[in-house]
Ligand binder design. Structure first.
Ligand code: V1P
Ligand code: CA
Ligand code: ZN
Length: 397
């Protein structure tokens, strides 16, 4: 169907567990795990699952989670429920006073919902499995759209992220790979991953994001934050940040991405790459402020894939579910090399077709007039590229 067949000469694996999709952060919360159901429906409607090794992922074990996270934080995540929250953790009760116990980042952004630990351990297990498929040479590209939760810290949930599956996956890759490049195209700064590998030269982190210290979450990731610069720190110069303003479009973003990522790969020579594909950098995202189309976002995946380096692809943000599903389905097609042959009319039927009614059943809806004005002049983008190339010169001391 649709001319979909297994890619010749390489293997793509898909890691997912439908249990993840059933969890709810709460009605008003922008993170909707069911966007993964929508993604899978498009992928299957095109027949793309027949071109990949599909794996039902399992929950990460506590032993695996504590490779990065603090044990008391994992104890907390695995035992807290909406019902016992107020009783067992009185300091987390709204309005609690006079207690300075651990906070673990719980709150409006990171609520305690039913099945929280199952949700976390399943998306983390999928990223760990995906990384192991790469290290065992059973896959060339491994995909986990439920992962990419880049803000989680050692002992703190942050920005809708509880477990940092990316850090756990990179730790797996580092068992076999001398150098891992992490690239993050989510509209937010990949602060948790950057911080985790702040002190090593075996991971180069590179995040593209909207940056405004005062008004845009998480407020970190200016151009000159390249890692602790004291001379005996091997991690110095191994964090790269590309801060952007509102409204960047496909043409600018693609030029910028290739002008930055190309030299990073040439200089650092990674033996594995992790690409976080947060879809909140698309136009019309509920939280984002960029103007990328599905094609522009996907061109980042095509470019990274073209280097033929073992690749782990993960999801991340993305708050307009129908567009998240379009983007990640399109990017799945790029991974299996089917993007050129894909019919742009979504082959969807009820009950899923109605989710795409707003723009019609197309994979590539054009942006409409309500988009953000592009506040990234060419001269600004050129200055960023120059600065990054300058920073890369420090990398080998
Ligand atoms: O802006 C904030 C915090 C809460 N304020 C006190 C400052 N939080 C953001 C978090 C965005 C997280 C993005 C995660 C990712 O990078 C990876 C999965 O995409 C936030 C926003 C916002 N507009 O930035 N939280 C919420 N909106 C929110 C809205 C409704 C209900 C709960 C949270
Ligand atoms: Ca980013
Ligand atoms: Zn985001």
């Amino acid at each position: 169907r649709n001319g979909i067949s297994r890619p010749k000469g390489y293997t793509v694996s898909w890691h997912a567990n439908p249990e993840v999709e059933k969890h709810h952060f709460g009605m008003a919360h922008p993170m909707k795990p069911w966007r993964l159901t929508l993604t899978k429906e498009i992928v299957m409607a095109y027949g793309m699952h027949t071109a990949m090794d599909t794996h039902l992922s399992r929950a990460a074990t506590v032993e695996e989670l504590v490779e990065f996270h603090k044990e008391d934080y994992i104890d907390f995540l695995s035992s807290v429920t909406p019902q016992n929250l107020g009783t067992n953790y009185p300091w987390l009760k709204p309005g609690a006073v006079g207690y300075s116990g651990p906070f673990f980042g719980v709150g409006e952004d990171c609520p305690i919902f039913d099945g929280l630990f199952e949700y976390c351990s399943l998306y983390a297990g999928a990223s760990i499995d995906a990384a192991r498929k790469l290290t065992s040479h059973q896959s060339d590209i491994a995909i986990n759209w439920s992962g990419g939760l880049h803000h989680a810290k050692k002992a703190e949930a942050s920005g809708f992220c509880y477990i940092n599956d990316i850090v756990l996956a990179i730790l797996q890759l580092l068992r076999h790979h001398p150098r891992v490049l992490y690239i993050d195209i989510d509209v937010h700064h990949g602060d948790g991953v950057e911080q985790a590998f702040w002190s090593t030269d075996r991971v180069l982190t590179l995040s593209f994001h909207k940056y405004d210290k005062e008004t845009f979450f998480p407020g970190t990731g200016p151009l000159d934050d390249t890692g602790p610069t004291h001379p005996d720190n091997p991690g110095a110069h191994h964090s790269l940040n590309v801060p952007l303003n509102d409204g960047i479009d496909d043409v600018s973003y693609q030029w910028l991405f290739e002008s930055v990522v190309g030299p990073c790969i040439d200089t650092y020579r990674p033996t594995a790459i992790v690409l976080q594909c947060g879809a909140d950098s698309l136009g019309h995202d509920r939280l984002g402020c960029f103007n990328l189309n599905i094609q522009g976002h996907g061109s980042c995946v095509s470019y990274v894939k073209s280097f033929k380096i073992p690749l782990l692809v993960v999801g991340g943000g993305g708050y307009t579910p129908r567009n998240v599903a379009r983007a990640w389905a399109h990017e799945t097609s790029i991974c299996i090399g089917a993007d050129k042959g894909l019919d742009p009319t979504l082959p969807l039927h009820t009950p899923f077709r109605h989710h795409f009614a707003e723009e019609g059943p197309t994979l590539f809806p054009p942006l409409h007039a309500t988009r953000f004005e592009n506040k990234n002049p060419r001269a600004y983008l050129e200055s960023v590229v120059t600065a990054i190339r300058e920073q890369l010169r420090y990398m080998h001391g």
